[in-house]
Ligand binder design. Structure first.
Ligand code: SF4
Length: 196
């Protein structure tokens, strides 16, 4: 039987050789994801940006650095969770990946979820949440709520860190303030998982 690492390596090599959608024309590197393959919590963004395309690593640019800080604010290290995106190649100009591109790439993300088998999936932003819910949705409406997904998993949507960079206010009820509440909930999920 293959180990989780071997299964993830197999997905990585298929992603690297994938030309199934037009995003393959623009990439420098594919960006599969990184983190603990046994993580109970998985963060899923929209797609790689310029820094991610350059390095082949997810969430390493300004938005990624903010995500790392948000995690660290409740003493979670990036290595304790798994971080990836809906699409594995950078959309030009950081545009939203089309529905067709998301569909073409979906089997890779679903494969990653099957390998990791997290209890909680955190879609970051409307695009990632829309992917899981199968329809266009507004993150503002759903963030901080628990949504059952495929029977035994829970979605817990949060704002995308790039949205927080554009909305830096910390006033009560602001996106940053709400994200602070949400990350504390993520901390409590992790604590609960450890107690089991
Ligand atoms: Fe393949 Fe996904 Fe890259 Fe499109 S975005 S080329 S489906 S790996």
């Amino acid at each position: 039987m293959l180990t989780k690492q071997e299964m993830m390596d197999a997905i990585k090599s298929r992603v690297e050789q994938c030309f199934s959608c037009p995003l393959s024309n623009f990439r420098t590197n594919t960006v599969l994801g990184e983190g603990d393959l046994d993580a109970p919590i998985m963060f899923v963004g929209e797609g790689p940006g310029a820094d991610e395309d350059k390095t082949g690593r997810p969430f390493v640019g300004r938005a990624g650095q903010l995500l790392t800080k948000i995690l660290e604010s409740v003493e979670i290290k990036r290595e304790q969770v798994y971080i990836c995106n809906v699409v594995k190649c950078r959309p030009p100009g950081n545009r939203v990946p089309s529905k067709e591109e998301q569909r073409a790439c979906a089997h890779f993300l679903l494969g990653q979820i099957a390998v990791i088998n997290p209890q909680i999936i955190v879609p970051l932003g409307s695009t990632a949440l829309g992917f899981f819910m199968g329809k266009s949705v507004s993150i503002g409406e759903y963030r901080g709520t628990e949504i059952k997904w495929k029977g035994n998993k829970t979605l817990f949507p949060m704002f995308h860190p790039s949205f927080l960079l554009r909305n830096p206010s910390r006033a009560k009820g602001s996106p940053k303030d709400l994200t602070w509440r949400d990350i504390k909930k993520i901390r409590s999920y992790l604590d609960e998982y450890k107690r089991r």
